[in-house]
Design a binder for this molecule. Structure first.
Ligand SMILES: [Fe+2]
Length: 326
């Protein structure tokens, strides 16, 4: 760590405390030296005196430390623990303040905590990046592969979640369902462009290839070991209530309720949006289709719930606040 104090006695005293605690310490006596050290070396932590004469040394070092990648946490030591000093420290986002004369155990505990918090924040950031890949990069990848469905996955997430909420699906299952909705067509990555982007009608052989995308999605998502239900719902998103869907021909409640919700939401988006091969359907035509397909393509209860809702509220049905329609 980097230790900064303009009083040689204090510098030596604090250095001894920190070295006793097992830290490797570089000690400097001025802002200029500190900035120089920061430019050439990455430190895990900076412990600095708050004041150097009238200059608020600690704050200036905090500014420099924050611009580093990764940002280095800062603990300031001050002999004048005033409200203003604390406010200033907060404003400059230093990580903690230790009052002088420094008490060894307290300083060591503070350093350990700040290092731990920094590590936690770093791991959180990594998780967020990984999450961004899952929730934004992957859907964009699918859309790049199949541009006819621009924005489809994101909309299906919204429709699915709204419907799941109305049907009393619990929070945990809804989170899995949102993921399944987002990734339902990920298996299309494995379908040749010549078939996926073919303008005219498909031959039976080509259709057979298209029908492999749910299984391919199931395979791609194999590493999501703790999300077996996400994989199942992706696998089942072209099944039908009457058992005439694919790939397994599951019927009725063999597909769990969240999976049946996804089937319906996905079809709703395909109908309500314009596609290269069809115009956007007006809501009454969609309502008719859902009524007609209740018990055929769709879970009859779900299909009627949606048909009634759309007939009553139009497209707002899928945007309405939870619980509003019951
Ligand atoms: Fe699909």
């Amino acid at each position: 760590m980097l230790l900064v104090d303009d009083e040689p006695d204090v510098l030596q005293g604090v250095r001894t405390i920190l070295e006793h605690a097992g830290y490797e310490v570089t000690g400097v006596g001025s802002l200029r030296q500190a900035v120089g050290a920061l430019a050439s070396t990455h430190f895990e932590l900076i412990v600095t005196d708050l004041y150097l004469g009238d200059t608020d040394l600690g704050h200036e070092i905090a500014e420099v430390a924050r611009e580093q990648r990764p940002a280095t946490p800062v603990v300031v030591m001050t002999g004048r623990p005033t409200f203003d000093a604390a406010q200033g420290a907060l404003r400059h986002r230093v990580d903690d303040i230790v009052v002088k004369p420094v008490e060894a155990n307290h300083l060591v505990a503070t350093c350990a905590r700040v290092l731990r918090d920094t590590e936690l924040a770093r791991r959180n950031q990594e998780l967020e990046s990984a999450n961004a890949v899952l929730t934004s990069v992957l859907p964009r990848t699918i859309e790049m592969k199949d541009p006819t469905t621009s924005g489809h996955a994101a909309r299906v997430v919204g429709y699915t979640d709204s419907l799941a909420m109305r049907c009393g699906v619990d929070a945990e299952q809804r989170a899995s369902l949102r993921l399944a909705a987002l990734l339902h067509d990920i298996g299309k990555i494995g379908i040749p462009d010549s078939i996926l982007r073919k303008p005219g009608p498909l031959t039976p052989d080509e259709f057979e290839v298209i029908q492999r995308h749910p299984a391919m999605g199931y395979e791609v998502l194999a590493p999501l070991r703790e999300h077996g239900d996400v994989r199942d719902w992706v696998y089942q998103h072209h099944e039908r209530w009457d058992g005439k869907g694919y790939p397994q021909g599951l019927a009725g409640e063999e597909v769990a309720l969240p999976g049946r919700i996804l089937v319906l939401a996905e079809v709703y988006d395909a109908l309500v949006e314009e596609r290269s091969y069809k115009p956007a359907w007006p809501v009454p035509k969609i309502v008719d289709l859902f009524r007609e397909q209740a018990g055929r393509q769709f879970d009859p209860e779900l299909a009627h719930l949606v048909a009634d809702g759309l007939a009553r509220d139009g497209k707002r049905f899928f945007a309405a606040a939870p619980g509003q329609l019951f």
